[in-house]
Design a protein around this ligand. Structure first.
Ligand code: NDP
Ligand code: 1BO
Length: 316
């Protein structure tokens, strides 16, 4: 399995399993199946509300001798209601307890957005805390402490634009080691990619298959279907593989990590096997033409009327 190398020589498997929307009652089996198939990297988050079941699967797999802790790469993410120098510790401890782990391999600030401690998801302006009141630099200081105290081996961010990355680095003097962002042929993020690569910040592509299992309310009426895109289907037929495999291998061949979600055993295996496909230069060039700057996750839930956050702040 190909890896991304960190400064201290730790290696993160570039291919991993996404777990957002992996329901309780399904995710235990999915993680156990994935480990048997060969998955080593699991992408988790406190807000996915399934870390406890993932933790059961990981500890049972370790106890059963299917895998060793040191062979696993576990990422989790700090939710927006645990921002702040001191609160980060509460956030990571909650995730570690649920995942039944002593340390995370990677801990990310999930979004550059702060919420009040008792708010899970915002419904009104008062649910937010502005970055003037709770600066990201303070949260980042809390993240650095997690590494110093051995709770996380590596730290990074998610959903950070170039502007927000630059501000964080200037204000703290410490670079995130990872930026996890939405990336697929319709949102290729070439500017963010060039910037991160020039700064030695690794990238992970989320929603690589188009995140079709999101709740209907969060989908645009005219949302495109990546898995049915004629160019992707044509390249899949040519390579004797599936459209999902083309999308996964495209991300890997660009040098990014990729974390497709599935709870279905056949699709878990299919996605894992995408690592063995080889897309030609011509295939990559054809896919490069599909960029439309199209986001499946627009982030508009942070930009409700009266919120201190805007889409321009997030992505501008
Ligand atoms: P994906 O793009 O991975 O798509 C998941 C959907 O694709 C599910 O409906 C899944 O169904 C289906 N699927 C999986 N494999 C195949 C296949 N081979 N053929 C056809 N359909 C398939 O969506 P996500 O949004 O879940 O993104 C992946 C992961 O990225 C998340 O789970 C999460 O870990 C992370 N993420 C992080 C975010 C962040 O803010 N940092 C935001 C969004 C995602 P089924 O399960 O039935 O197979
Ligand atoms: C708000 C959605 C988060 C998915 O990672």
């Amino acid at each position: 399995m190909e890896t991304l190398k960190f400064k201290n020589n730790d290696e993160m498997p570039m291919f991993g399993l996404g777990t957002w929307k992996s329901d309780k009652g399904e995710v235990y089996k999915a993680v156990r199946d994935a480990i048997i198939i060969g998955y080593k990297h699991f992408d988790c988050a406190w807000v996915y509300e399934n870390e406890s079941e993932i933790g059961d699967a990981l500890s049972d797999a370790i106890e059963n001798g299917d895998i060793k802790r040191e062979e696993l790469w576990i990422t989790s993410k700090l939710w927006n209601n645990r921002h702040g120098k001191e609160q980060v510790r509460t956030g990571i401890e909650e995730s570690l307890k649920s995942l039944k782990l002593d340390y995370l391999d990677l801990y990310l600030i999930h979004w550059p957005v702060s919420l009040k401690p008792d708010v899970f998801f915002p419904t009104k302006p008062e649910d937010f805390v502005s970055l003037d009141e709770n600066p990201l630099a303070e949260t980042w200081t809390g993240m650095i402490k997690c590494v110093e105290e051995g709770l996380a081996k590596h730290i990074g961010v998610s959903n950070f634009s170039i502007k927000n990355l630059k501000k964080l680095i200037t204000n703290t003097g410490f670079k995130p080691e990872m930026n996890q962002i939405e990336m697929h042929p319709m949102l290729q993020q070439k500017d963010v990619m060039n910037y991160c690569m020039s700064e030695n910040i690794h990238l992970t592509a989320y929603s690589p298959l188009g995140s079709m299992d999101r709740i209907p309310d969060s989908k645009a009426d005219d949302e495109p279907n990546l898995l049915e895109h004629t160019v992707i289907v044509k390249i899949a037929e040519k390579n004797n593989c599936t459209p999902a495999q083309v999308l996964i291998k495209w991300a890997l061949q660009r040098g990014t990590a990729v974390i497709p979600k599935s709870t279905n055993r056949e699709r878990l295996k299919q996605n894992f096997d995408a690592q063995n496909i080889n897309l030609s230069e011509n295939d990559m060039n054809e896919i490069a033409k599909l960029d439309k700057n199209y986001r499946f996750l627009k982030g508009d839930f942070w930009a409700i009327k009266g919120s201190p956050y805007s889409l321009e702040f997030l992505w501008g």
